[in-house]
Design a protein around this ligand. Structure first.
Ligand code: RUQ
Ligand code: CUA
Length: 623
């Protein structure tokens, strides 16, 4: 165990590198000698000819790129990149006024776990939620437009890593924090960690009609680190489970100091009960947010000991159990909700931590699954036939095992070091059992070299048979933390933006394009159409306009080409500005014309045979 610990801890140490390398040489040879028949079968399964479409969408987190990557499965073709937390010149996201405001002054985010909105425990395909671990934000993406519609900044948080997980009817989006911090941006020295620092869980509601995220309430918890969480379903609907580490309260050198104890905790929270308590006025208001303290509520928050430094926790599709994986213990632990409920009823508690009753491990645990030689279990996924799939980071494999018995059925190598896995419809109450994709942290020799840093990768498996079949590996930009795979027909993309005649700032007829001056503000209500800009319908040169140096310029541009895929872009030369206007969309870009001179404007998105002619001028008269 100590050796394992050292190996795990010394990610950069020669020991781990050699362990990985040694096992991977065998891997590469085994792969090179895959029989031709098997290769042909794999190739056939991933080939989606022109005219046909993929069966699933894969929505993968973009990690510190701050973006959402959209793939088709089984072809594994990347279809789209949707900017969520980071500026994106291609779409003008973070350049136009609305998205810039939404980003709240940040230019990037660290997006870990996408979650598709659910209805009755099933992905409904309407929205996708994302977390930004670095800047304490949650975003909502409209899956009919593939556009981020709202970003919510959460106070009192220290990195919502264990987010986002939605409850079965998207009643709540749950965001537990990774780092404990003093509440309300207060200062407190690290010596006061145990008293002054708090771990906080934010409960967020989403208004589908307004496409807006709202802070519902927060739960103040001990200063442990919350790693992953999942929502109960069916018999466990109303509960949320989350893993913790650093129950040692270490404030330095965590790799050693936060790995001392043999057990950390799973925290179980009854959000339905807490909702009632909040409605009944049991929450205090702390820094403007309703906050629940476990000491003030009974019967809603419990802790269960779990093998040290657990990582993933995943609720089974039928909602009866949850599986926790141990980074530092080479095993998966199956816990039973029923056993937990029974233990709670019997008040079978062994301790109380910060007002949280601690249940007895043996009373809640159903079984430990410990496949020989399988090291570094991180996450669990499920199929429709009672099987679980676990990623093994250190031994680079997927282990398939039976939930009811713990029997290991199959083990397949992964190239290499998988973090999460994603099963088709995997987080729903009814997974499909067709495909599994691992999000790999290390690509090594898999692709053509691109310098010292290699891409991350995804491995696709066919899991419809008893044995898993490795179909292909594809590169992916950083960082495929987690993804969700949803049936393609559940996503209903719009071909053009809804034309709303009452939308402010829109101009629907070329003849209505106009310029209005209000003091030093110049508002251009213009249109983009094949193949011209019209900024001022009354002007001699309709595609040019003149302002004075120092004016604040607002470009309100409507794309009146209501045809699919006719997107226009607009750059302002030397002003470092570009944005995109999709069919039927109105977008506003504002800037101060602080440089005098003549600045060509052109369409940046290839839109017609005369796209090159789609241009004009901004003239800035010197002061
Ligand atoms: S975590 S590799 Cu950020 Cu989802 Cu487990
Ligand atoms: Cu419009 Cu190119």
């Amino acid at each position: 165990m100590n050796k394992l610990l050292t190996a795990l801890l010394g990610l950069s140490s020669g020991l781990l590198v050699s362990v990985l390398f040694f096992s991977d040489v065998g891997r590469q040879n085994a792969r090179a000698s895959t029989p031709d028949g098997e290769l042909a079968s794999a190739a056939q399964k991933v080939y989606v000819p022109h005219g046909k479409k993929d069966e699933y969408y894969l929505f993968s987190s973009g990690g510190h790129s701050g973006q959402l990557f959209v793939y088709g499965v089984p072809s594994m073709r990347q279809i789209r990149i949707v900017p969520v937390f980071s500026q994106d010149a291609a779409t003008g996201y973070g350049f136009d006024d609305a998205s810039k405001k939404m980003m709240g002054g940040y230019t990037w985010g660290d997006f870990h776990h996408p979650a598709i909105s659910e209805t009755a425990g099933d992905y409904d395909g309407q929205f996708l939620f994302a977390n930004d671990v670095a800047n304490n934000r949650i975003a909502a993406v409209d899956l009919s437009l593939f556009h981020t519609t709202d970003i919510l900044k959460m106070p009192n948080m220290g990195g919502p890593h264990a987010a986002v997980f939605v409850t079965p009817n998207t009643e709540y989006i749950v965001a537990p924090t990774r780092f404990a911090r003093p509440l309300g941006d207060e200062y407190a020295p690290l010596d006061k960690y145990k008293e002054k620092y708090k771990g906080v869980v934010t409960m967020i509601q989403f208004d589908r009609a307004k496409k807006k995220l709202n802070l519902a309430y927060q739960i103040v918890l001990p200063p442990w680190s919350y790693d992953l969480s999942d929502a109960g379903k069916k018999m466990s609907d109303g509960w949320v489970v989350m893993t913790t580490y650093n129950t040692e309260f270490a404030t330095t050198n965590l790799e050693i100091n936060a790995s001392q104890k043999d057990r950390d905790y799973i925290v179980m929270v009854n959000w339905k009960k807490l909702e009632q308590e909040v409605a009944a006025g049991k929450a205090n208001t702390v820094n403007g947010v309703k906050m629940i303290d476990p000491r003030d509520v009974q019967g809603a928050i419990y802790a269960i000991p779990v093998a040290k430094s657990p990582h993933g926790v995943d609720v089974t599709p039928d909602g009866t159990r949850f599986v926790a994986s141990g980074k530092l213990a080479p095993l998966m632990t199956v816990f039973s909700f029923q056993k937990a409920f029974d233990a709670i009823a019997k008040k079978d508690f062994v301790a109380n931590e910060f007002g949280i009753p601690v249940l007895k491990y043996e009373s809640v645990m159903e079984r430990e699954v410990d496949p020989p030689g399988a090291l570094g279990p991180l996450h669990t996924q499920f199929d429709d036939r009672g099987n679980a799939f676990n990623t093994m980071f250190i031994s680079s494999e997927v282990v398939k095992w039976k939930l009811d018995t713990g029997e290991v059925i199959d083990r397949q190598p992964v190239f290499y070091s998988p973090g999460h896995a994603t099963a088709a419809e995997g987080d729903t109450a009814a997974p499909d059992g067709t495909y599994l994709i691992t999000g790999n942290k290390i690509a090594k020799d898999s692709f053509l070299g691109v310098g010292p840093s290699h891409p991350e990768s995804l491995d696709l498996f066919d899991i419809s048979g008893d044995k898993m079949q490795h179909l292909m590996s594809v590169p992916i930009p950083p960082e495929p933390h987690y993804s969700q795979m949803v049936k393609a027909d559940k996503i209903k993309p719009k071909l053009i933006y809804d034309k709303d005649e009452t939308r402010p700032d829109s101009v629907w007829k070329a003849d209505d394009a106009r310029i209005e001056r209000k003091g030093s503000e110049v508002h251009v209500y213009g249109v983009a159409m094949r193949s011209k800009f019209i900024f001022d319908a009354k002007a001699e040169r309709k595609d040019s306009f003149t302002v004075r140096q120092g004016d604040r310029v607002f470009l309100h541009i409507t794309n009146i080409d209501l045809d699919q895929d006719i997107t226009h872009g607009l750059e302002v030369m030397d002003y470092n500005l570009n944005f995109e206007i999709q069919p039927g969309q109105t977008s506003t870009l504002s800037f101060t014309a602080d440089k005098s001179g003549v600045f060509p404007i052109y369409c940046t998105n290839f839109c017609s045979a005369l796209h090159q002619e789609m241009s004009g001028h901004l003239l800035v008269q010197p002061k």
